[in-house]
Design a protein around this ligand. Sequence first.
Ligand SMILES: Nc1ncnc2c1ncn2[C@@H]1O[C@H](COP(=O)(O)OP(=O)(O)OP(=O)(O)O)[C@@H](O)[C@H]1O
Ligand SMILES: [Mg+2]
Length: 260
Amino acid sequence: MNVLDVKKLNVTYDQKGIHLFKQTPVNYAVSNVSFSIEKGKTYGLVGESGSGKSTVAHSLIGLCPIASGEIVFNGQKLNRTRQDCVEINKDIQIIFQDAYGSLNPKKKVIDIISEPIVNYETKTFDQLVERVSELLEKVGMRDDVLYRYPHEFSGGERQRIAIARALALNPKLIIADEPTSSLDTSTQARILNYMKMIQQEMNISYLFISHDLSVVSYMADHIGVLYDGQLIEEQSAHQLFKSPKHDYTKTLIKSIPSID
Ligand SMILES: Nc1ncnc2c1ncn2[C@@H]1O[C@H](COP(=O)(O)OP(=O)(O)OP(=O)(O)O)[C@@H](O)[C@H]1O
Ligand SMILES: [Mg+2]
């Protein structure tokens, strides 16, 4: 069973292509991209800067308009209307590279993590404290951080807070767009391990995006290689290393210093 099917997705930032009288060629940021994510599994999207990784991510949550193609979430075709977004965005959450930019600096941890909850559910203050403490525990943090502000934490801790918030509504799919790229190696490994534990515990699917194939291969069951807006190769993580088809993939594999 797939949680997500993306079919022939085309995204363009170039609006000139739709001018009535002047037929200029359209530049696709993402062109003809199709892939599926199985329930409880991780699909890794790897590619260099500008290859269209974030564009794919953003189109899934309605942050950028799609030119054509289909997005099917849990068997339901998304139209990305406003109502759609309200209903579906409970089930699809996104984590960005820069947790500092995505956490409101003026809010305390308890308010940051409980915000999605109060948007959808009615809970007493005590219930919220309990729920937020549970979520923090999943990322290895204690409830003594509840009343602290984002600037009081390290980059890794902030990213863990962002993960806790993403988990608040029990999503079915989490899109992680370069979630650990700005962190040092050991912090990165720690966060990836939390993400793995959370996936097992909550049966969440991940779309895990990174320019780093070693990181993607650590996380993903299936890997898609994006190059210049096109998915040039897709295989199980295991198979990709065994028999890469595309030259670009071979180069990516060769550039990894050591796979473990
Ligand atoms: N808002 C925008 N307006 C116009 N063009 C854009 C916009 N966002 C992205 N692009 C272009 O779309 C293409 C894909 O960009 P995208 O950000 O999806 O790549 P990426 O793989 O996420 O790169 P990075 O690894 O640097 O995050 C690039 O050519 C980029 O210049
Ligand atoms: Mg990006």
